[in-house]
Design a protein around this ligand. Structure first.
Ligand SMILES: [Fe+2]
Length: 284
């Protein structure tokens, strides 16, 4: 792995981060989660992970193969972690980057999925893929519809299975596969994130350690007019969402996608009203 990704600090101007993303398809950003926030989030998910087995069923054998049996997963994180729901989901870093990358293609963007992936010793190199391929029916070319990231919740090293990325692969023709020399290893300290476009090829690296777990969280956002991978309304139902900041509610899809100003219409209404207001009024 000889390729490199540009590195930024989280307080870099969002437009510079966006430029890096548009040019390289992925960037490493240090300090996305401040040490105190990281520590509180890890403390909250420690007991949850203890209850999770890496040997679990997924919805079909293809997904069984994709994740393997060495990964402890937590999904629906907004409903399981207050720190996530109140501070990480609506983190201003993500707002700035999503505004730049997704803003031009939608009225509002939303959380696609947040998923803690604790990849254990022996976890193999994940199949390299583009996250946006879940929306296979979307014609190409198309504007960027997804902003994705993997947040390092522990130090990410090559041996522990840091994310592997093919820089600039968002510009490649669809059938092109990366050569080993075209891959970069997203080594970074805990609290950093590798941020990438939905069209950039990447995958979890192999965990070759004997006894260390690579705790990371995939968090991605998508334009508000595409269906999300995690069914956020069911994973974080109204009784839970009601307790979260309004901005987090919006990102979970509780706000209508209002494209009237762009000559479009509304998506996601309830009784022809905006659910975010119904939630605020106690009517959901
Ligand atoms: Fe991925």
């Amino acid at each position: 792995m000889r390729a490199e990704l540009p590195r930024f600090l989280a307080d870099a101007p969002p437009e510079r981060l966006a430029e890096g993303l548009r040019e390289h398809g992925a960037v490493i950003v240090e300090g996305v989660l401040a040490p105190d926030l990281l520590a509180r989030f890890n403390a909250e998910i420690d007991p949850i992970l203890e209850q999770v087995s890496p040997k679990r069923a997924y919805l079909n054998p293809v997904i069984d193969f994709f994740y393997g049996d060495r990964v402890r997963q937590i999904t629906g994180v907004a409903a399981r972690s207050r720190v996530f729901g109140e501070e990480i989901l609506c983190h201003p870093f993500y707002a700035a980057v999503c505004d730049a990358i997704l803003g031009p293609s939608c009225a509002t963007y939303q959380l696609n999925v947040a998923q803690v992936m604790d990849r254990g010793p022996g976890a193999e190199q994940q199949l390299l893929h583009r996250d946006e391929d879940v929306w296979v029916h979307l014609p190409r070319p198309h504007p960027e519809v997804q902003l994705a990231s993997v947040i390092a919740l522990v130090d990410f090293t090559a041996e522990i299975g840091a994310t592997v990325v093919a820089p600039k692969s968002h510009h490649w023709e669809r059938g092109r596969h990366p050569e080993p020399a075209e891959l970069a290893c997203a080594e970074m300290p805990a609290g950093s994130a590798v941020v990438y476009l939905g069209s950039t090829i990447h995958g979890g690296g192999p965990n070759t350690t004997a006894d260390r777990w690579r705790r990371g969280m995939h968090m991605s956002f998508v334009v508000g007019w595409l269906r999300t991978e995690d069914n956020n309304y069911l994973s974080t139902p109204p009784d839970v969402a009601r307790m979260l900041p309004r901005r987090s509610q919006e990102l979970l899809g509780y706000v209508a996608h209002d494209a009237i100003a762009a000559g479009g219409g509304y998506l996601g209404t309830v009784d022809l009203l905006d659910p975010i207001e119904l939630l605020a009024q106690g009517k959901l």
